[in-house]
Design a protein around this ligand. Sequence first.
Ligand code: AMP
Length: 186
Amino acid sequence: MSKLSQEEREIIVGSIRDIHDFPKPGIIFKDISTLLNNPKAFRTLMDHLTERYLGYDLDFIAGIDARGFIFGAALADRLGLGFVPVRKKGKLPYTTVAEKYSLEYGFDEVEIHIDAFGHNGSIDGTRPSRVLLIDDLIATGGTAKAAANLIDKVGAECVESCFVMELEFLGARASFPTVLYSVLQI
Ligand code: AMP
């Protein structure tokens, strides 16, 4: 299993920008646009994820709308796998399965195409497709939990959920439904 060296960790950490009071007062927004436009940092991260997931015998990477698409699609291409977008409600054109989750005020909803991981979630009908879920950051875990439930609902298996950053103090890990891996703990 690949482990980040101290130097690699510092390259990635140093490329992520903190924006105070965005999108509202009291929030420190972790801005990954400065990681993406830093080729050394982006490559260091993608090399690490590629090494980690090479031996997982995965069939698909599922990325969460919208920053999970960037890391997920890059990783899928490196591993020679298909990529599946988990989208906010109303964006996918074919038959979808949806999952609601609570926000501070009200709720939101994510969707996936019913056949995204093959018919009944299987490519060849013999076993569920093995899926890695990915996003840039896990905070309360509501979004990622809903996405993991969707993978399960369409018949595939979410073998791990991966995040570039985990806001540990929010405690999402304690009740998370799949194995959870985070590159950086904050
Ligand atoms: P949650 O459902 O609370 O785990 O929120 C996770 C989603 O919100 C992810 O898609 C993140 O990109 C985004 N998010 C939540 N908090 C932050 C933050 N402090 N900085 C950047 N993105 C965040």
